[in-house]
Design a binder for this molecule. Structure first.
Ligand code: AMP
Ligand code: ZN
Ligand code: ZN
Length: 430
């Protein structure tokens, strides 16, 4: 009600000022532009709805008809590729999307890793709720600290009180909650009284990633999930466009990474080169291996046994991981990092032979610069954005973009502010 009343008053005020200023009937080009120096009304606050479709590869919208994606893109802006951070895994990337930091700086360096005391972080444990693991400042923390309300219908990290702060509204992760419920709830949050209404809202969907893992990226099952996501986005987009606040809602649709097709013919076996009993993989064998050598004096020996022995496996000492991967500067990163070529898997012979149905379907985690399989989607729609297609956008630039839209001061981050904001209309275009 409040929103409607405010809008009505703003409309009357603008109408009066336009008629007061213009002697023209409005049909000529000489109309005086509306006075933009008016104090902003409460409804001029900006809102960001950030949607993550886990594992939605950059080219998935070309695999089936996606009328709602098409609508949102045609009336908005799209990047051909969203380049994820390394490793192209779910938690590292979701934290980078909302902090603007590379994993070596936000601390979620993998879906599974250990700290120096041997405590384990794993996405399927209560560790996700423990703030000690999160060194970056997610957008909801930045916003709440500046009195901007936020709400998450799931986002990795949103369950932990980072710097003692959680979103005003958040949910413990439950993959069984219907996706339509998530969309409808987010739309309902926009109807909350202004004092409670979140200006940042996140949504998260996992169905595309799950189908991609199980059946591979180019499968009917993935196509079905793409269709369902298209339906959900249509429902969300209609809800936004029909809302009183439509002009002040900026929709951002991203994915955390893409998906590569696996094959049992594309295998690298660690035990062809090293004695696996001499190392620990810290829970990660493939497509990224995180190796600690049990007897640290043998580190170089093991490294040399793995390095350059197989053309489908890159092997790095922690300190020599290529700079573009930003994966050296954190105490929890293991001594030796192996990275499979896109579509290849690394394991041991016994593990492979015991599991005749593994290493099929799809996976992710690979080097984001090894082809485009790991690239995700980036689609934005709203009054703030230019309307065009751009070649690519970087995961770490999203935080600066969202802070700028919400008019909040960003924390230190790894984004490039100029690149981040180049998709916004110039203020004079508004
Ligand atoms: P990945 O292993 O990288 O493919 O991770 C994808 C999986 O992460 C999804 O299928 C979800 O089950 C899980 N996931 C996503 N968000 C969360 C969350 N906030 N808390 C716990 N698990 C999550
Ligand atoms: Zn993911
Ligand atoms: Zn996945």
């Amino acid at each position: 009600m409040k929103i409607k009343t405010t809008l009505l008053f703003s409309f009357i005020a603008i109408t009066i000022s336009v008629f007061a200023c213009n002697k023209d009937d409005g049909n000529t080009n000489s109309v005086t532009p509306p006075d933009t120096t008016n104090p902003p009304s409460t409804s001029s606050k900006q809102h960001v709805i950030l949607v993550s479709v886990d594992g939605f590869r950059h080219d998935y919208t070309e695999m089936i008809n996606t009328p709602n994606f098409d609508r949102i893109v045609n009336e908005g802006l799209k990047a051909e590729n969203l380049v994820p951070v390394f490793p192209s895994k779910t938690f590292p990337n979701h934290l980078s999307l909302v902090t603007g930091l590379h994993p070596e700086n936000h601390g979620i360096i993998m879906n599974t890793f250990y700290n120096e005391e041997g405590d384990k972080y794993s996405i399927s444990s209560d560790a996700v709720k423990d703030a000690k693991w999160y060194q970056g400042e997610p957008i909801w923390v930045t916003a709440e600290k500046q009195n901007v309300k936020t709400a998450t219908y799931f986002w990795p990290g949103s369950e932990a009180p980072i710097q003692g702060v959680r979103p005003s509204i958040w949910k413990p992760y439950n993959g069984n909650i219907a996706n339509t419920t998530r969309v409808d709830t987010a739309l309902n949050w926009l109807d909350l009284p202004e004092a409670e209404r979140p200006q940042f809202i996140s949504l998260y969907f996992s169905i595309v990633d799950s189908a991609g893992h199980r059946y591979g990226p180019v499968s009917d099952e993935v196509k079905n999930t793409i269709g369902h996501i298209d339906f959900l986005l249509g429902r969300l987009y209609d809800g936004i466009k029909n809302h009183d606040l439509a002009e002040n809602i900026q929709l951002i649709i991203v994915s955390d990474h893409g998906m590569a097709q696996l094959s049992r013919d594309k295998m690298v076996f660690y035990d062809d080169y090293i004695d696996e009993n001499e190392v620990s993989f810290n829970g990660n064998y493939s497509p990224v291996g995180t190796i600690t050598v049990n007897d640290s004096s043998k580190k170089m020996e093991i490294y040399n046994q793995l390095k350059d022995v197989n053309p489908h496996m890159k092997v790095y000492l922690k300190e020599e991981v290529p700079a573009e991967l930003h994966y050296s500067n954190h105490p929890f990163i293991a001594d030796i990092i192996t990275v499979a070529e896109s579509g290849w898997s690394m394991t041991t012979r016994d593990f492979f032979e015991d599991r005749p149905y593994s290493f099929t379907g799809g996976t992710h985690g690979y080097d984001p610069f090894d082809g485009e399989d790991m690239h995700g989607i980036f689609i934005v729609n709203g009054s703030k954005f230019k309307k065009e297609i751009i070649p690519s956008y970087n995961t770490v630039d999203l935080y600066e973009l969202m802070c700028s839209i919400l008019e909040i001061e960003p924390a230190n981050n790894d984004g490039n502010q100029e690149k981040a904001l180049q998709i916004l209309k110039q203020t004079t275009e508004n």
